[in-house]
Ligand binder design. Structure first.
Ligand SMILES: *Cc1c(COP(=O)(O)O)cnc(C)c1O
Length: 391
């Protein structure tokens, strides 16, 4: 099929939920994607932080295809050794105690919100249900996670939204304190706001949030859906802040390209979920678990993490040499670029024409390359970006 045919069918048969780039991607290898005309692109997106091992990694493909030929799905009414292995590994890597497996970031966040509210209900009874999130955050597209998202543009059309969310300004301790009252059960934050424009939280703000939460028995929830799975140079980003949250949510890169989410909890909330209070049909699917096991066995190795940091530092240093680059933000291989000319969307479009897939977030360019990208691929991509930015 030609791109025109695909686009026509998309317009005829699909809900028009997305503003898409002008390419249909049909295959890939490593950090190179191929479109329906056979044109190749260097991929600085990894499907928005999902394909952490790149396209069709050998070990990942083998794990997935072997599992597909062994057992593709069972109900959660039965035990699964793959689920227990994934959960055990996640606990070992995170320092958390228990895991609930689901299918997406929004679902992991829904689970975290339910746990926070039930923790408080079990212990203090009703009336302690408010959750503080941050202005400019992003937590998902369900009615509740939209309410948790601290951006007015998302609070439209779908009324009534789930009640009980209040928004504090990021990196503003006074604003956070003003939001905390006797009805608050949780503080829910991204350590680097991804969709919000690659905005890292300051250590002092995070430390103060930890202190307040501890003092008042408020649960600290960290949304690691984008920052997790070694994206920012530590397995979870909170580990680089030297803190331990009560609940962590994970998705995107966790299974390297199959739908999976996870909600992890520490000691405080480990017994909140009991039979009948939460569940899912697909969550913990064996093929997704097999994929996750491959990802988890590789991305948290010290040498792998060292390389993520080294590549991230290299990319940031090279970006700072490019014209039209005003500021480079982020950590590890989660990188945001503020452009002098404030023309990120236009640059991203032109990069596609020139053979580079790149993301935007707010008015920034955003890079989430596969963690396994080679220096050759990095240099090719940076050269396309430079030519596009300086044209
Ligand atoms: C992508 C993202 C989500 C939503 O994940 P889905 O899998 O699209 O539901 C939630 N939180 C953050 C921080 C994200 O980046």
């Amino acid at each position: 099929m030609t791109l025109e045919e695909i686009k026509n069918d998309e317009q005829s048969y699909m809900m028009q939920a997305y503003g898409r780039f002008d390419a249909a991607l049909v295959s890939g290898k490593g950090a190179t994607a191929v479109d329906s005309d056979g044109k190749e692109y260097i991929d600085f997106t990894s499907g928005i932080g999902v394909n952490c091992l790149g396209y069709c990694d050998e070990g990942w493909t083998k794990a997935v295809s072997e599992q597909a030929a062994t057992l593709q799905h069972i109900s959660n009414l039965y035990y699964s050794p793959l689920q227990t292995e994934v959960s055990k590994k996640l606990c070992a890597l995170s320092g958390m105690n228990r895991v609930f497996l689901c299918n997406s970031g929004a679902e992991a966040n829904e689970c975290a919100i339910k746990i926070a509210r039930k923790y408080s209900f079990d212990k203090y009874g009703s009336g302690r249900q408010k959750i503080v999130t941050l202005v400019n955050s992003f937590h998902g597209r369900t009615v509740t996670t939209l309410a948790a998202t601290g951006q007015d543009v998302f609070h439209n059309f779908f009324f009534p939204f789930t009640e009980g969310f209040v928004y504090a300004n990021a990196n503003d301790t006074e604003s956070l304190k003003e939001c905390i009252d006797d009805e608050v059960c949780a503080v829910f934050i991204e350590l680097i706001q991804g969709e919000g424009g690659v905005m890292p939280l300051e250590q002092s703000f995070v430390d103060e949030a930890v202190r307040i939460c501890k003092e008042k028995d408020i649960l600290l929830l960290i949304d690691e859906v984008q920052t997790g799975i070694s994206r920012t140079g530590s397995f979870y980003c909170y580990q680089s802040y030297g803190i331990k949250p009560d609940i962590v949510t994970s998705a995107k890169g966790i299974a390297g390209g199959l739908p999976m989410g996870a909600c992890l909890c520490g000691e405080k909330a480990e017994n909140v979920i009991v039979p009948g209070t939460h569940g899912t049909t697909f969550g913990g699917n064996p093929i997704a678990c097999a994929a996750a096991l491959e990802v988890l066995s590789r991305v948290a190795e010290p040498e792998f993490l060292r390389q993520v940091n080294e590549k991230g530092d290299y990319i940031r240093a090279e970006l700072n040499k490019i014209g039209n680059v005003k500021e480079v933000r982020g950590k590890g291989m989660m990188i945001g670029i503020v452009t002098e000319k404030d023309n990120a969307k236009e640059i991203a479009k032109k990069c596609l024409e020139n053979g580079l897939l790149i993301l935007t977030a707010k008015n920034l360019l955003r890079l989430l390359p596969p963690l396994t990208i080679t220096y050759d691929e990095i240099n090719k991509g940076l050269s396309i970006l430079k030519n596009t930015m300086e044209a």
